[in-house]
Every structure is written in C-alpha cells, then in structure tokens.
Design a binder for this molecule. Structure first.
Ligand code: HEM
Length: 218
C-alpha cells in the first residue's frame, strides 16, 4: 500500500473511532439544551454503557487485525492495530471515569466496596489494569527499548484483557439479553484463529527437526 493509501486508511480509522464520542457529545448537548430524551430514562447508565460497548468493540477490532493478516494475507490491518488498541484504552478510561465521577463522585470507600462485592466490577477493573502496561509500551521507542521479543510477549496480555472484558459483560448483562454472546463468539473466533495458526507453526517447525537417529546396535 502506498503512502496515500495508508493516510486515507488512518484518517478513516480515526473518523470511525471518534464517531461514537461525537455522537455522545451530540446527544448530551441535545438533552441539556433541547431537553430531548436521546439519553433515555437513565442518562448515566446510557453513557456508561455506550462507552463500555465501544471499549469492547474497539478491543475486538484491534484483536481482529492479526487474524485478518493470517486468514487473507493482507498487510494493511497491522497498520491499524496500535491505533485501535489505544482508542480502546481511551474509551475504557472514559467509561471508568464516568463510574468514578458520576456513579461514586470520588467516594473511595464506596468504590472499593463495589470492586470487592460486585464480580463484574472486579473483572472490569482487572481488564482496565491489564490495558495500562499495553498503552504505556505502545510507542516505537518502548518497542525498541524492550526488544521485539519481550514486547510481543508482554502484549499477549491483551488476550487476557479480552477474556476479562467478556466476563465483565457476561456478568452484568440482564436476563433476556443476548448481544453479549455475540461479543463472546467474536472474541472466541479471533483467539481461535491464533491458536490454529500457532498449532500449524508448531507442526511446521516439528517437521523441520530431523527425526531421531535409529539406535545403533552395539
Ligand atoms: C477493558 C475494560 C472494560 C470493558 C471492555 C467494559 C465493557 C463494558 C460493556 C460492554 C458494558 C455493557 C454495555 C451494555 O450494557 O451495553 C459495560 C458496562 C458497565 N461497566 Fe464496563 N468495561 C470495562 C471496564 C470497566 C471498569 C473498570 C468499570 C468500573 C470499575 C466498569 C463499570 C461498568 C458498569 C458500572 C457498567 C454498567 C452500567 C449500567 O448498566 O448502568 N467497566 N462495560
């Protein structure tokens, strides 16, 4: 892909990642000034859920880039992996900030109680914590400093983030709801492609190792 193609791709990705924030700002503005009910009966819950949904979607999108390369042989998805991951982190921080600021307004005791007592909050918190080292080491400088091997090993943490995010959603989803299973199925497929690729590589590597020599008779 040429320089222009890469630029267009990045601009498109930025627009897609920022659109949910722009939509949210638009709905909040309309609700405040025009008294519309764009935010529904429970605006705080609406905002938290909107940000949570987009955190998970962008996390899945960033996890989809490597499988796209594996399955179709495309190179361009890798150009977007870091951008999508960093946007997932940004949405996670915003999602978490609403919980701190609006749900609990810095009541640390109440927050700690929430983290301990509600399993979906515990795993949500863990998911956010796993994203922090990934975001901090996402720069080219950090990749160089850590070395490609250690960096790759560290960034496998994102698979755990995916699993924790799935548990968070499964745990909090209300009875009668089914969309959480779609997210879980997508995550399973994305991790599954990696497992298959890893197994294939292992088999290929094993094929290259010469078979053990037959024991020589004494
Ligand atoms: C990577 C991290 C996280 C992801 C991917 C994530 C994702 C989600 C998703 C998908 C939802 C449900 C949205 C819906 O119902 O449509 C949600 C709801 C929620 N999340 Fe998270 N979350 C994360 C971290 C956190 C953290 C750290 C907290 C707070 C400590 C948190 C608190 C909540 C709460 C309170 C709700 C329910 C809101 C309501 O029903 O009113 N989440 N999250």
């Amino acid at each position: 892909m040429g320089r222009r193609g890469r630029l267009v791709l990045k601009i498109f990705a930025w627009a897609v990642c920022l659109a949910p924030l722009a939509a949210l700002a638009w709905w909040i503005g309309r609700a405040l000034w025009l008294h519309t009910d764009d935010l529904g009966a429970n605006p705080i819950s609406f905002i938290t859920n909107h940000l949570g949904d987009w955190t998970f979607r962008l996390l899945l999108a960033s996890l989809a880039m490597t499988p796209l390369r594996i399955v179709f042989g495309w190179g361009w998805p890798l150009l977007l992996r870091r951008l999508l991951g960093l946007f997932a982190f940004t949405y996670a921080v915003l999602h978490f900030s609403v919980w701190i600021l609006v749900d609990h307004f810095f009541n640390w005791g109440q927050m700690a109680e929430d983290v301990v007592k509600r399993p979906y909050i515990t795993v949500g918190m863990l998911a956010l914590l796993t994203l922090i080292p990934l975001a901090l080491t996402s720069t080219t400088g950090m990749i160089k400093r850590l070395g490609a091997r250690r960096w790759t090993r560290l960034h496998r943490l994102v698979y755990l983030t995916g699993v924790l995010a799935a548990l968070h959603f499964l745990w909090l989803a209300k009875v009668g709801r089914t969309d959480q299973y779609i997210y879980v199925a997508v995550l399973a497929a994305l991790l599954g492609v990696r497992v298959v690729e890893w197994a294939r590589r292992l088999v290929r590597r094993a094929g290259k190792i010469p078979p053990p020599r037959p024991a020589t008779p004494p």
